[in-house]
Write a protein that binds this ligand. Sequence first.
Ligand SMILES: NC(=O)c1ccc[n+]([C@@H]2O[C@H](COP(=O)([O-])OP(=O)(O)OC[C@H]3O[C@@H](n4cnc5c(N)ncnc54)[C@H](OP(=O)(O)O)[C@@H]3O)[C@@H](O)[C@H]2O)c1
Length: 338
Amino acid sequence: MSILSSVDMATKLMHAVQYDSYGGGAAGLKHVEVPVPTPKKNEVLVKVEATSLNPVDWKIQKGMLRPLFLPRKFPHIPGTDIAGEVVEVGPEVKDFRTGDKVVAKLGHEYGGGLAEFAVANESLTVARPSEVSAAEASALPGSGLTAHETLTRIARVKLDKTGESKNILVTAASGGVGQYAVQLAKLGNTHVTATCGARNLDLVRSLGADEVLDYKTPDGAALRSPSGKKYDAVVHCATGIPWSTFEPNLTENGKVIDLTPSFSSLMTWALKKLTFSKKQLVPFFVTAKRENLSYLVNLVKDGKLKSIIDSTYPLSKAEDAWAKSIDGHATGKIIVEP
Ligand SMILES: NC(=O)c1ccc[n+]([C@@H]2O[C@H](COP(=O)([O-])OP(=O)(O)OC[C@H]3O[C@@H](n4cnc5c(N)ncnc54)[C@H](OP(=O)(O)O)[C@@H]3O)[C@@H](O)[C@H]2O)c1
């Protein structure tokens, strides 16, 4: 049974924020009233309680990711990382009922998160325990899954400390992804060096980093570990750092996992492959998996992982949240609440 009948929902309007074309930044966002979406057979309709932003949201608006993540069509309601309550379920949904609290990852091609209601595929929706707030949960999908996959699949860190010891560098450790990368890396058998701005040195240390470098100092800019350690893997969340800076800091088989592949980093990747270099640059794109999201939610529930929240905005001020994300200086995640 649904909290609101399907007829009610289909005729109901909701507040949403959307854009009509590429470009425009925060000023390109429009506040609209649109019909509440109807869940398809494998989808749940979620009354959104929190949505977190990711840089990819405004990069898609800018057209930077064409043709990879085209919005399916304009107008487009952005936002993919939501937490809320299920108010209606599609006929083939098995694991959820109305009233369930959930967190979900929506697809970039459809988005939908900056709205009062959004539809989520069951396959990327997980239950949210009462101990985990909507804001903390909504922070997890894009950023947490990225940190988790880079560390476990590419850097091969075992998060139960059963693996061999590894030296990990996390750049931009104060950002949405970096904060989780530091915390998750420390669940494994690792030594973690992290870079961030001076104002966040203590925060990043408190997340578990063994060594923290201010990226505006000479040693920080050179990514030099204070203890002289070379890195087995770099979770590279910052941008604009050339291969020549990483290279002397890597172990013989060290990998730089590049979250923001550019033309020049793709060239480096190709060159390293062609020359059979043991040191590698790995261009990375996250693959969202439900079991990994569930794992992260449970870590938060158990107090083993926390979501650092930079700021929270009401949906009516979504453009301010958008501008804050474009600015690139958030500490942790930016949240929008309907
Ligand atoms: N490929 C994928 O699948 C994937 C997935 C998720 C994210 N990403 C990408 O990964 C990147 C990071 O995302 P995010 O959400 O973590 O970004 P974010 O939250 O916007 O990062 C902001 C933080 O980065 C810090 N920062 C900026 N430049 C830095 C530098 N050179 N050294 C150290 N810290 C620096 C800033 O510190 P200050 O304020 O002190 O400057 C700020 O705290 C973005 O480009 C995003 O698009 C890719």
